[in-house]
Design a protein around this ligand. Structure first.
Ligand SMILES: Cc1ncc(COP(=O)(O)O)c(C=O)c1O
Length: 371
């Protein structure tokens, strides 16, 4: 999608906030390495700029979801360890090795299949064994199979066993019972290992914030962006600094008579003579259709989104005439008021991760702060 620079709508990313959030985590766990999770273009914040900021704050590695995301970091001269969190194709294993990347393995067949694609004994792929301890997603279920995979790698020149990890399903919830069962399962796996690899890791943001874990590394995602992984269920142990604001400007203000229809389907009709403004953001920008009835901030006042959200525009009801060109805050602070990504998520019935990720590439990212 073309980035639309000639339009007042933009996402402003505060790199100082990213740095502060990384620093806070490091102060909580000085004994653990922070790997900054920059998948999905840094949760919509921009992977490259976020990676630079995280690095400046002391992150020692990165996690991506895909091989291409990892290669993008390498092409931007990030030389630190990079762990891909998703399964790559066995045929891409040599490519991952060329770029000196680490990949997860969830079954021994994958290793045996990937081995067929290596024709150069000097290439070494770094492997993190993924244990499924109750997430039901990728990962070995069987301890014996994990140990077989370790043995198998010892005999193969193209593979280096670098890590073992798991992922928790409920680390962001008040009830810790399931978390504890997963922990127990992972500890049993660790006990059965013939020896320990360089990296042992279980912690996402929520685990790092609210639990003790056995690992020596944290995969820090949403908290680095200043967002609470639990939504509002749990209080963060340190203040999070949200990094992203979403702003635009009024492109037209007009007074409409009573009974005038607004937007597709005429789902809103003016109740009296009303001032209606049009803002150039819509669902193609990630401002989704179910935000009808939600608010934006203009001059420190909440203004309701009236009528359906269009692909590229929304209409809002103003308390009085407000000039065209006036700034509109869709996410962030404005005149003493604030709308958070979490507020939007709550209104939409989703989580703050999704709201951030959905801000589309059409919206330019502007960076403020040191980075
Ligand atoms: C395996 C894995 N580790 C770590 C993370 C980062 O999680 P969070 O953003 O909650 O810190 C994710 C994100 O989805 C993940 O899938």
């Amino acid at each position: 999608m073309t980035i639309s620079y000639h339009r007042p709508t933009k996402a402003v990313i505060d790199l100082n906030a990213i740095q502060q959030n990384v620093t806070q985590e490091q102060q909580q766990h000085p004994d653990k390495k922070v790997f900054a999770v920059v998948k999905a273009d840094g949760y919509g914040h921009g992977a490259i700029s976020v990676a630079s900021a995280a690095l400046a704050a002391g992150a020692e590695g990165f996690c991506t979801a895909t091989l291409d995301e990892a290669i993008e970091l390498r092409c931007n001269e990030f030389t630190q360890p990079i762990l891909i969190l998703g399964i790559i194709a066995p045929s891409d294993a040599p490519l991952a090795a060329v770029y000196n990347l680490s990949v997860p393995v969830a079954e021994i067949n994958w290793l045996q299949e990937a081995a067929k694609y290596f024709h150069d004994t000097s290439l070494k792929l770094h492997i993190h064994i993924k244990a499924d301890t109750g997430m039901g997603r990728i990962g070995f279920l069987d301890t014996k199979e994990i140990n077989q995979a370790v043995k198998w790698m010892e005999q193969e020149e193209n593979f280096y066993w670098e890590g073992i990890f798991t992922h928790f399903a409920t680390a962001d919830q008040v009830d810790v019972q399931y978390f504890q069962a997963q922990t127990q399962c992972f500890n049993d796996i660790l006990q059965a290992l013939p020896y320990k690899p360089d990296y042992i890791h279980t912690a996402n943001s929520a685990t790092a914030m609210w639990h003790q874990d056995v690992g020596n590394m944290v995969r820090l995602g949403v908290a680095m962006y200043g967002l609470n992984p639990s939504g509002t269920d749990l209080e963060p142990p340190y203040p999070l600094q949200p990094a992203l604001s979403l702003v635009s400007e009024i492109v037209q203000t007009k007074k409409l008579p009573k009974g005038y229809g607004i937007g597709y389907g005429k789902t809103y009709e003016t109740k009296e003579e009303e001032w209606i403004a049009t803002i150039p953001i819509g669902y193609a920008d990630g401002y989704t259709r179910n935000l009808q009835g939600f608010n934006v901030l203009i001059n420190g006042q909440s203004c309701e989104v009236v009528g359906r959200v269009c692909m590229d525009q929304i209409m809002v009801r103003l308390p009085k005439k407000i000039d065209e060109g006036t700034q509109v805050t869709l996410v962030g602070k404005n005149g003493g008021k604030e709308i958070s990504l979490q507020d939007i998520a709550a209104y939409e019935g989703t989580n703050n991760y999704e709201v951030a990720c959905l801000i589309s590439t059409r919206v330019p990212r502007e960076y403020v702060g040191k980075g």
